[in-house]
Design a binder for this molecule. Structure first.
Ligand SMILES: Nc1nc2c(c(=O)[nH]1)N[C@H]1C(S)=C(S)[C@@H](COP(=O)(O)OP(=O)(O)OC[C@H]3O[C@@H](n4cnc5c(=O)[nH]c(N)nc54)[C@H](O)[C@@H]3O)O[C@H]1N2
Ligand SMILES: Nc1nc2c(c(=O)[nH]1)N[C@H]1C(S)=C(S)[C@@H](COP(=O)(O)OP(=O)(O)OC[C@H]3O[C@@H](n4cnc5c(=O)[nH]c(N)nc54)[C@H](O)[C@@H]3O)O[C@H]1N2
Ligand code: SF4
Ligand SMILES: [Mo]
Length: 684
């Protein structure tokens, strides 16, 4: 028997980017476990990926090209050869382009794989060569990134692992134990050294359950809470005057701005006791080092950008950036950008050299059903994502995907809620069947992923799909056909590529004690943290950080048609976004998709635990089982339906995103999933 081990890196859209090790016997992967040498994931994977080989060898894998035979959405296909499927796509896309112009073609790709090659490389060149519309905006991260930069000039923040040196840790709008589980041991390390952990979340999460203190503002109101903290810091002289004078600007205006933001005023908005706000601010202002950690949750609001613009004021006011274990930490993904080839995609088909129409990926339902687009979308390519499951207004998306005059191509491993609507499906490899380089957004280690086994069936790495499509379209530019090997070689600069391949990871060449703003040096043009922002003022977002109520607000529901606010965060240990819920072994232990209500909200509707209920608004409706909270986990008036269920496992085939709001975040390109109003009633 020939047996060997191969090092790899998890490709999932997860901050942990764990290192793994695959044991291969006679060409078949027989074991997969965490790479115990990985300094961040420390040899552990997670309840999703522990069964990764079942995913790879699942009988449900799509292993050959498929062509639709049934009605759109019915999920009925026949197998086809690559040549036949490619010829069909080339023909239909060619017709679309000749009749409606190249912008009638729309790509929709997300972060189903975070590998640099498979996520975004030759696809960009291919769609640029086609002259297709460009997908803009993002379901995840752009608002947080851009809003942070609008205050401190860059989205780069502290190394998450430095949380271990903190004495006060605020986990603010992030569910660490669930979504970022490998950071938790570093938090526990800090705790063992006396740190206090405070969770700030509108929902009592598993992370809140494990915290020393839980503070529960109403969703979308944190900015009021933060402004009151700033008020107290200033009032009680807890500001680091030296730091503020040397490294910030606009402080005098900020002082004036928060003068009326007393804890009492904030309390009436965010429903946190004024005394709790006082204590939080004082603790934050008197402890060293203080570490603020957040990820994505708070971005998904119409005022999401204000959250990120405001929260970074806190470490600048107290000078927390100065200390190791202090400061503020969100995605650190952009650090990798400093050490890899940023002009990677340039060439004759350089996407940035052309002006092409942008269409928001967050409003796919609108884009597929509106009469206002000229040209209309006639051909859609979906890859690395499952928009029917993950994008707001998904009932509208499904309606659009049923259009007979729309041609939909999906690249997938499995028959997702989106793939069911495809005209042609191309089979995609899993991570252990391809090489890639994986930048992480949750730590500072760049990962390498060695191919462990040959692609199953006729599946191909995404890069190979783009090469085949380019050939089928008759394109000849060499950069459309660059090999994976060459792409990797050109991508890595300023990185020890040999060590990366050998160990499966390498730390980005940043100082061990990395405190980017310890001495100011913010990336703004003034080099200071700019509390005042004239550009945001001009765009109507306020000269200084401002609390803005949202349209579909849990505050303003009195007498409204839909009186309940709906939250739909990730709550499942065994799901990763919509991936994995279609597997029995993952779905069964998680139980049926549900709607959680407080006892009061259930009682006034005569709903008991276990009843089947309908959750609905004007966008759509879903049937789920009711869970009545034994102890309150949400505010009264807020219900929770989890994100992540595949329609193939819900009662009516719908998921929570038929209900959610596709209005954009204030700026940055995010979307307001969590500003959604609904009603719940017993199903008949
Ligand atoms: N098990 C598991 N892990 C995952 C994922 C998964 O699906 N399953 N998905 C991965 C992905 S793509 C991402 S982006 C990350 C996301 O990681 P997180 O950002 O940690 O997770 P979310 O569930 O998006 O949101 C975190 C918390 O934000 C809270 N929140 C929402 N609105 C507000 C608000 O206005 N104020 C405050 N203070 N809190 C608010 C929610 O209640 C939620 O508990 O997780 C990754 N990890
Ligand atoms: N209500 C609600 N909606 C949400 C969120 C929420 O908290 N609440 N979170 C949002 C967030 S933060 C995110 S990031 C999005 C995630 O939304 P999506 O990116 O749509 O995530 P998934 O549903 O997991 O889809 C990833 C798909 O990519 C496929 N895939 C994986 N690897 C490859 C590959 O190498 N090639 C190809 N071709 N396909 C591959 C997988 O099989 C899977 O079906 O969801 C968003 N939607
Ligand atoms: S999904 Fe996240 S936690 Fe699980 S193995 Fe992948 S990177 Fe690690
Ligand atoms: Mo995400």
């Amino acid at each position: 028997m020939i047996s060997h081990t191969v090092l790899g890196t998890c490709h999932h859209d997860c901050p942990d980017s764990c290192g793994w090790e695959v044991t291969v016997e006679n060409g078949r992967a027989v074991k997969m476990r965490g790479n115990s040498n990985h300094p961040y994931s420390l040899g552990e994977l997670c309840p999703k990926v522990n069964r990764f080989l079942d995913r790879v060898y699942s009988p449900e894998r799509i292993l050959s090209p498929l062509i639709r035979i049934g009605t759109k959405g019915a999920g009925e296909f026949r197998t086809a050869t690559w040549d036949e499927a490619l010829a069909l796509v080339a023909d239909r896309v060619g017709t679309s382009i000749s009749q409606f112009g190249s912008e009638s073609v729309l790509p929709w790709g997300d972060a189903g794989t975070q590998g640099a090659l498979m996520r975004s490389s030759l696809d960009q060149r291919f769609f640029a060569r086609l002259g297709a519309s460009i997908q803009v905006d993002s379901l995840c991260g752009d608002t947080a990134r851009i809003a942070t930069a609008s205050a401190i000039g860059s989205s780069l923040t502290n190394d998450p692992m430095d949380v271990r040196y903190a004495k006060l840790i605020l986990l603010w709008g992030t569910n660490t134990r669930l979504t970022n589980r490998h950071l938790w041991p570093f938090i526990e390390e800090a705790r063992a050294n006396g740190a206090k952990v405070i969770v700030i979340d509108p929902i009592r999460t598993v992370t809140a359950d494990a915290a020393d203190q839980f503070i529960q503002p109403l969703q979308g109101t944190d900015v009021a809470l933060m402004l009151a903290m700033v008020h107290v810091l200033i009032r009680d002289h807890l500001v680091d005057v030296d730091y503020v004078q040397s490294h910030t600007s606009g402080f005098e205006e900020l002082v004036e701005h928060v003068a009326t933001w007393t804890p009492e005023r904030a309390s009436s908005i965010c429903r946190v006791d004024a005394q709790v706000i006082e204590n939080l601010a004082r603790e934050y202002g008197t402890t060293k080092p203080t570490f603020i950690r957040t990820l994505i949750g708070a971005e998904h609001h119409e005022n999401g950008a204000q959250f990120f613009r405001t929260i970074v004021c806190l470490p600048s006011l107290t000078g927390a950036w100065k200390h190791r274990g202090g400061g503020y930490s969100r995605s650190v993904g952009s650090y990798a950008g400093k050490f890899v080839n940023e002009s990677w995609l340039e060439g004759p088909t350089n996407p940035s050299s052309q002006l092409r129409r942008g269409i928001s990926m967050n409003r796919l339902g609108w884009a597929l059903t509106t009469d206002d687009l000229d040209p209309p979308v006639k051909a859609l390519f979906v890859y690395n994502g499952n928009p029917v499951g993950s994008v707001p207004e998904s009932a509208l998306i499904m309606r659009g995907l049923q259009r007979e005059d729309l041609f939909t191509v999906v690249s997938e491993q499995f028959m997702t809620d989106t793939a069911r609507f495809a005209d042609v499906i191309f089979p995609a490899c899993t991570q252990i069947e391809q090489d890639d380089v994986v930048p992480s957004w949750g730590h500072l280690y760049l990962g390498f992923n060695h191919k462990a086994i040959e692609p199953l069936g006729e599946s191909v790495p995404n890069t190979e799909l783009w090469r085949r499509l380019a050939r089928a379209m008759g394109f000849t530019e060499p950069d459309l056909f660059e090999s994976d090997e060459s792409l990797i070689a050109n991508y890595l600069i300023g990185i020890d590529a040999e060590m990366l391949r050998q160990d499966g990871f390498v730390r980005l060449p940043l100082p061990t004690d990395h405190r980017p703003y310890a001495e100011g040096n913010f990336a703004t043009s003034s080099g200071r943290h700019e509390f005042v922002n004239a550009e945001l003022e001009r765009l109507g977002h306020g000269r200084l950080p401002e609390y803005r109520p949202v349209t579909e607000s849990a505050h303003s529901t009195q007498g409204m048609k839909y009186p309940l606010a709906l939250m739909s965060p990730k709550v499942h240990q065994r799901f990763l976004n919509t991936s994995y819920s279609h597997f029995e072994a993952h779905a069964k232990p998680e139980g049926e998709m549900y709607c959680e209500l407080t006892a009061e909200d259930a009682a006034v509707r005569n709903i008991s635990d276990g009843d089947i209920v309908k959750v609905f608004n004007d966008r759509g409706s879903i049937e789920v089982v009711a869970r009545v909270q034994a102890i309150p986990r949400s505010h009264r008036g807020t219900v929770i339906v989890p994100y992540g269920w595949s329609g193939s496992r819900t009662r009516d085939g719908n998921t929570v995103n038929v209900l959610t709001n596709d209005r954009p975040a204030d700026w940055g390109g995010g979307v307001a999933f969590f500003d959604t109003l609904v009603e719940v009633e017993l199903a008949t």
